[in-house]
Design a protein around this ligand. Sequence first.
Ligand SMILES: Cc1cc2nc3c(=O)[nH]c(=O)nc-3n(C[C@H](O)[C@H](O)[C@H](O)COP(=O)(O)OP(=O)(O)OC[C@H]3O[C@@H](n4cnc5c(N)ncnc54)[C@H](O)[C@@H]3O)c2cc1C
Length: 460
Amino acid sequence: MNGGVSFWYAREGLPAPREPLSGDASADVVIVGGGYTGLWTAYHLKKAAPSLRITVLEQKFCGYGASGRNGGWLYNGIAGRDRYAKLHGRDAAVRLQRAMNDTVDEVIRAAAEEDIDADIHKGGVLEVARTPAQSARLKAFHERELSYGEKDRELYGAREAAERIRVAGAVGASWTPHGARIHPVKLVTGLARAVAALGVTVHESTPVTEIRPQRAVTPYGTVRAPYVLRCTEGFTAALRSERRTWLPMNSSMIATEPLTEEQWASVGWEGRETLGDMAHAYMYAQRTADGRIALGGRGVPYRFGSRTDNDGRTRPATIGALREVLVRFFPALAGVRVEHAWSGVLGVPRDWCATVTLDRSTGLGWAGGYVGSGVATANLAARTLRDLVRLDSGQAGRTDLTELPWVGHRVRKWEPEPLRWLGVHALYATYRAADRREATSPDARSSRLARAADRVAGRH
Ligand SMILES: Cc1cc2nc3c(=O)[nH]c(=O)nc-3n(C[C@H](O)[C@H](O)[C@H](O)COP(=O)(O)OP(=O)(O)OC[C@H]3O[C@@H](n4cnc5c(N)ncnc54)[C@H](O)[C@@H]3O)c2cc1C
């Protein structure tokens, strides 16, 4: 199957739609977007102040975006941490990293409290290196993570890495306990249910066409509120005046048929770690609760004019490329059938830094730009938005979260087309070329091509 939003929905079934907005309305807080960011924000605000009137407006159904399509890595990575260290000092970035480590456990805790069974397994994250250049990057990455206070991360040689997962050609790995495998759709649909049960008004099939101070405009009416929070991540460019804010970057995935006991014995992976690598165009994977491998990577990175969706349909060339990665990693699985392929969009800011902001002069807030690591980050962003709204409305004071360095960060917009399209395609063509070169080179230094691409892209 190709598309159908995602494999996760194909298994669970698409949810019955909630009522759209019918006419003008008012609220204390209106949230645009029903993914993890919007729903966690509604959840934490309502928990903190049950009398708040909160409305979520979702263009399709909750979890239609990346939150219903992702690779299910609930982990402690956050886009932009190194830049925040440069801008605000190492201590500030260490606080941000600690908050992210805690967030993994916070999501697990909240899911348990709300009776959301999202197939969560906290087996940590294993990132492998398969070439000399990847190995050098892995060691540098490992050291960097330790320097942000991660005492419990472990560095493995080839043998120890294989004891966890037998990836062909792996020469080493870095493992952190701060990660869990989840079922993305079970989390987002459970969360939407919990939010609605708390008394938050959730309207689906309700696209917001314009966000202005104190109002969210839809074809069916306008919702007025002192606070309007934009939680639209990869779809943000479709909003008037936000065309060049966050670039919608595609990520694509495949899911195999369930593996046999014998096949699992050849692979290992008993710890259910999430698995990634150190390639420039990296892969990410999980062992699903029903015994498959779900594996993702970059296909067509970006579509001209920031176009986004076709319900997850994925080009055959991308499916073929992901299958090749699967077989390169696990040659014994060459005969395994790929049952499903899908794609989604994530939001990429011009400086690749995630952010959470409440503009106190207008009451407009937003959170996102998580690049590829938003499953846990969305929860931290949501609790931060809660604290910012409560601070601004005089319900509470400053908190540890309102003082984190990503709060209030502003970044310049992306270039207009066709520069944007040309730039992103050139970037990923360069990364792929660099990966190919590194695959056959004994040189431990990262390809000069990729280093130059990183600089041009504004990533480092
Ligand atoms: C294929 C893929 C794999 C990924 N894998 C991982 C992973 O393993 N780990 C990880 O940490 N991150 C991963 N990510 C990123 C992660 O899924 C996202 O960062 C996270 O889900 C973002 O949540 P969100 O709520 O901010 O955005 P979304 O989930 O995209 O939600 C935005 C919502 O807003 C709605 N919306 C948009 N515009 C409007 C509008 N105008 N009016 C009303 N509603 C609107 C959309 O329909 C959507 O439901 C992946 C992303 C993709 C695409």
